[in-house]
Design a protein around this ligand. Structure first.
Ligand code: EPU
Length: 428
């Protein structure tokens, strides 16, 4: 297990480019199952989760490979799917694997996919995905932890989601592309990753309208084609890097991201005191003083993203005044709190709220990443802390950040990774 060593070393300065969006990319990869032929995705982040999705696609019978060592593009040829089953060993590694169910059902008329189960941040049921498939006419059976789905032909329907769900909207949207007739998704998620998937499906020949609104309509077509597509920049990675600049009173420019995708994050950073300028594909942030305390409540897009909650909390730990962070999307997404407390943060948790009284200084120590965004938060805290912070269980961070230490070093952070071998050699 690698670990990341961070030293508080003053303001971050410089320019840094973000990678392609993890969450967009995973959905697009699942969508390649809808069409025969070779899809090429570019600007693909080199992440553990992308590798996990490639592995799943291969298990289903597709050819799915990186274009080369260190490349940022993948080629996926789903002309032949010989085994529409995603087993537990693969799905448990990454919940987003459940996204193959919709495309498999639409393309093959049958699919068997392991239920993903809960994870560190909450129970995360998939009932809304299943409700959508059933409405489209699929027969579903839950069998020893697997969802067995079949349909002679899916038929368009009106589906009103009970809650806003990103992957649920995406999964049902993909299935509906090859259904007979029109499907209307009400209370659809409006996240940029849903919009990008809708655009990708359009390119493939689907008839999808209303992406980015809460009402998406899809007219089924008989076949789709494989395409080439560049994955949009990762709004959460961008927000995380900007958060690191806010915490260290830095001045950085983050490139390769659409500022419209992170408006709610930028609004909060402005409230903290940051000066922000945006251009079509970049954000420049200057933080002239210690951050000010803010109140924030997570919500579906365009609200404040739950995927930025932990990182903002790390910033607020060193803010002037008391902040309140309320997590409304997931029920257990405060795993970073005890670790931040170990670094000297003054946080009081009450149900879905955390009250953070800003301290003058955090102090570096050993901390453990419990999930992806919690891990990123600890890195930010380490950059704002006195002394050295060692973040353990870095594999969580590697699920969603391509070499976070390289990106942060580029803007002057004192950060490096120690691989297992180095750690063992040091101990010997
Ligand atoms: N939910 C249900 N039933 C469902 C589906 C969702 O009750 O059938 C609940 C969830 O338990 C949660 C809420 O609805 O309380 C919203 O969950 P959503 O379905 O929107 O989340 P997701 O699609 O499973 C994606 C991202 C997450 C991100 C959320 C919210 C991917 C692969 N994952 O998950 O990303 O937090 O949307 O924006 O797209 C991350 O990148 O760190 C991450 C966790």
């Amino acid at each position: 297990m690698d670990r990341i060593i961070v030293r508080g070393s003053g303001p971050l300065r410089g320019e840094v480019a973000v990678s392609g969006s993890k969450n967009s990319c995973l959905a697009l990869m699942a969508a390649t199952l809808l069409a025969p032929g070779e899809t090429v995705l570019t600007n693909v982040p080199r992440l553990r989760d992308v590798d996990a999705m490639l592995e799943i696609l291969r298990a289903l019978g597709a050819r799915a490979e990186w274009e080369g060592e260190g490349a940022h593009s993948v080629r996926i040829d789903a002309s032949r799917i010989h085994n529409p089953e995603a087993p537990y060993e693969l799905v448990r590694k990454m919940r987003a694997s459940f996204l193959v169910l919709g495309p498999l059902l639409a393309r093959c008329g049958t699919a068997r996919v392991s239920e993903p189960g809960g994870c560190a941040i909450g129970v995360r049921p998939v009932d809304q995905h299943l409700k959508g498939f059933e409405a489209l006419g699929a027969k579903l059976q839950l069998d020893h932890g697997y969802v067995d789905a079949s349909a002679v032909k899916l038929t368009g329907a009106r589906i009103a989601f009970d809650i806003s769900t990103v992957n649920g909207t995406q999964n049902v949207m993909m299935a509906a592309c090859l259904a007979d007739g029109e499907t209307v998704l009400e209370n659809a998620a409006r996240e940029p990753e849903v919009v990008e998937l809708a655009e990708f499906l359009l390119k493939m020949g689907a008839d999808v309208r209303g992406g980015g609104t809460d009402r998406i309509s899809i007219r089924g077509v008989s076949r789709l084609r494989a395409v080439r597509h560049r994955v949009a920049g990762d709004r959460i990675e961008a927000g995380t890097l900007l958060g690191a600049a806010v915490a260290t009173q830095g001045d950085i420019c983050v490139q390769g991201v659409d500022p419209a995708h992170l408006e709610s994050t930028l609004d909060k950073f402005r409230e903290c005191g940051a000066e922000i300028e945006t251009r079509p594909t970049e954000v420049r942030l200057r933080m002239p003083q210690r951050p000010r305390a803010v109140r924030v409540v997570t919500a579906p897009f365009p609200g404040f993203a739950t995927d930025m909650q932990a990182q903002l909390m790390a910033v607020l730990c060193v803010a002037e005044g008391s902040s309140v962070v309320t997590e409304r999307v997931f029920e257990n997404r405060f795993m970073h709190v005890p670790e931040l407390q170990r670094m000297g943060a003054d946080i009081h948790k009450e149900g879905a709220c955390a009250i953070i009284r800003g301290v003058d200084r955090l102090c570096g120590t050993d901390v453990m990443a419990s999930d992806l965004r919690a891990g990123a938060a600890l890195v930010i805290a380490g950059l704002a802390a006195e002394g050295q912070t060692i973040v353990h269980r870095v594999y969580h961070i590697d699920r969603g950040y391509e070499s976070i230490e390289t990106k942060l070093s580029a803007v002057g952070a004192a950060i490096h990774r120690e691989s297992v071998e180095t750690v063992v050699a040091k101990a010997a």
